[in-house]
Each structure stands twice: as structure tokens, then as C-alpha cells.
Design a protein around this ligand. Sequence first.
Ligand code: UD1
Length: 420
Amino acid sequence: MKKIKITGNRPLSGEITISGAKNSVVALMPAAILADGIVTLDGVPNISDVDSLIAILEIMGVSVTRDGETLTIDPSGLKSMPMPYGKINSLRASYYFYGSLLGRFGTATVGLPGGCDLGPRPIDLHLKAFEAMGAEISYEGDTMTLKAIDGQLYGATIYMDTVSVGATINTILAAVKAKGRTVIENAAREPEIIDVATLLNNMGARIRGAGTDVITIEGVESLSGTRHQVIPDRIEAGTYVALAAAVGQGVRVTNVLYEHLESFIAKLEEMGVRMTVSEDSIFVEEQGTLKAVNVQTSPYPGFATDLQQPLTPLLLKAHGQATIKDTIYEKRIGHVAELARMSADIEVKGDRIAYQGGKRLEGAEVKATDLRAGAALVIAGLMAQGETIISNVEFILRGYSNIIEKLSALGADIQLIEED
Ligand code: UD1
């Protein structure tokens, strides 16, 4: 069992570089199997979700080579076969194989997806889109089979009842090789969707409107290999900007696309965080007194649900009381009880998290309940007086590339320890 041990209350300074976006790469890798040639991805983060996807691709006969941050995916040996349940279940984004296998073979047999437990995470919108394109769905135990009735999908107009990143990307993956035109209305607008559309268009797909709420896809016969640079991870960037504001004495966060973080930066400015934004970096100064603010998450370009938990420790440093409301995942509250164990004045009250800032955090033994809750505990541990031991760190390693090395380089006293 892996744990993270932190001795807190040390000032951090220096530079930290953001890796490629987890939520892009977990879609780009399944997208690559739609190509007839080799797809090379640059800027791939060193996270366990990527390891899990490589393992899945290899079982399917795809050859994958990794050289530092470059991943070369050769799908020429790809076989149409049922997906192994254990592997698929290890990460939620495995659902992107539904769309890419359907698009490639007209059929996909897959286990139901896993990932962080944030309460109910339905996939009804994904399935509704596949059905609209002519797929039939059947279940056997934990396995689901999707089959294009005609052996081929057809373009359709699909209205998404809820704005969903996963359903939008999955529909694109299924539609790029479908016959005719697909229109996605009320599409999600996250930057990762633009990244996936850019890769697919460079492979020869005809996708317009990614990044807006109406996306149009004209199906094409075949797609070829290409080379693609993964966008920087805006959630990792937001996490480290919040961390720098909480414990930094001058930290530059580099490889950042500011436009992807506007609502987050606006919230920090409302708190009184002092920072300088330049073309591809954010310099976070040592902070004075900060103000408690209300936070409410919403789909992009609103405040990201993935940044709600990593921001919480910084909110606990601010003066005053306020609330946090997650409208996307109401059950994203696993960090609250753990922060309370570290002496934070925070609790769940109805559909919100209520906090009173300004109280000093104390080191404690805590548990990461999911990926972003884990990031919140790392920041809290760095802020706290004394030692913090975080268990369940596998969650953190799913999404934060080289986190121990990156934080050690800033002067943090942080170690990964293995226990029986
Ligand atoms: C993605 C991100 C995740 C982020 C989330 C919201 C990846 C791999 N994960 O997850 O980090 O927290 O977006 O920004 O990119 N919903 C339905 N039916 C569906 C699908 C979704 O009702 O078929 C609901 C969900 O319960 C949720 C909302 O739609 O309330 C948004 O979810 P969605 O954008 O789909 O999240 P994911 O794509 O799973």
C-alpha cells in the first residue's frame, strides 16, 4: 500500500512545469485506434491512468511504445474482441472505447466503467447518442455489447439533455466514420474536446464547432496516422496555483494556457491572491490576507468541478466564512471529513460545503477518497503544522504526473512510502 508523508509548514519557491492534460490523453489514446496508421502523442503525462490505457490497448493487439512523454500508438494489429472487465473497470474514461470501437468495427463488447466514486455517474447520454446513430445495446452481467444494426453507424442529430464532456467526446468518436452528418446540440465546451477534435481532424476527420455548444461531424471513410501535442493540464495547473498561493514564497507555474483557467483565476483574484499572468506561465507571489469567497461549479467556461476540492485548503486559509456548491457532482465532498480531521472548520450543510477560514491546520492521518480530494489533502498537508500521512494515494497517482518530484523540487518535505 502506498502512502504520502508530508512534513508541513515549509515555504516553497521556484518553478513547476505542468504536464499534458489527463482528461485529454485518456480520450486521445482511444481515439488513436480509429486511425489506419501510427498516431504519435507528445506531452503525455506520467500518470497511472495512461498505464491502464496502454495495458488495455496492448490486450487489444495495439502496439504502444513510450519514450519519455512521447507515446507511439500503432493500431495495425488491433483486433475486435470483448474488453477485459478488470482493466476497463480501473478507470472511468475507458468508456471512450465504446465510441472508438463502435466507430472502428461497428461493435463493442465492454465492461461497465469505473473511476472515482463521486456518487451516481450515469452514461445514459452516451448510450442515447449511440442508439440515435443506429446502435443496439444489450447486457450480460457486467458486460455491455453495442452493435450497429446495419454493421455501420449513421449520422444523427443528438440533443444532450445535460452538458457532458464524456458523452460529447464519445459521440464524436462514434460519428467520425459514420455515414452522413452528425450534429451534437448542447455539447460540452471543455478545452479537452477541442484537443480531441484537433487530433481527429489531423487524422482526416471533418469536425466543426468543437469548443462551442453545437458540433457538426461529417463522416469520412478512413482516418490516417498523425502526430499531436497534448494540451497542458488546466486542472493540474489550477491545483499548483492554489498550492503556491497557500504555501509559496514566489512560485512560477509554467506551461499554462491562461484562457483555460479564466474562471479559476477570477475566483482567486476575488480572494485577493496576488499573481502575475504571462503568456504561458503564472507567477504566484507570497500572499497577504485573503478573503473567504463562495464557490459554485458549472460546466466550462464556469468554475471547474475538478478544481473545487484543490481550492478548498486555500479557502481555509482565508478570513471569513462562505460556502462551496458543486452543481456537477454533489457528492464530491470526500475531502471535507478529512480536512476536518486536520482541524479545519468545515462541514457539509445540505447541498453545500460550509467553511470558516483562518484556523491553522494540524497534520493528521487522512485518506484520499478520490483523485481531486487527494490533491486537496496534499495541499493541506503542506500547509499544516506537523506530519500528515495520506493513504489511498493510488487515486492521486492516477492524475498528477510526477507529483512527489515536482513538489520536492519546490522545497516540499514530501515522500512516497510503501507499506505492507
Ligand atoms: C469529465 C472529467 C471529469 C470532470 C467531469 C466534469 C474526464 C475523463 N473526466 O467526466 O474529470 O469532473 O467531466 O467536468 O474527462 N451525466 C449524465 N448522463 C451521462 C453523462 C453525464 O447525467 O450520460 C451527468 C453527470 O452525472 C454529471 C454531469 O452530467 O452530473 C457532467 O458529467 P460529465 O461531463 O459527463 O463527466 P465525465 O465526462 O464523466
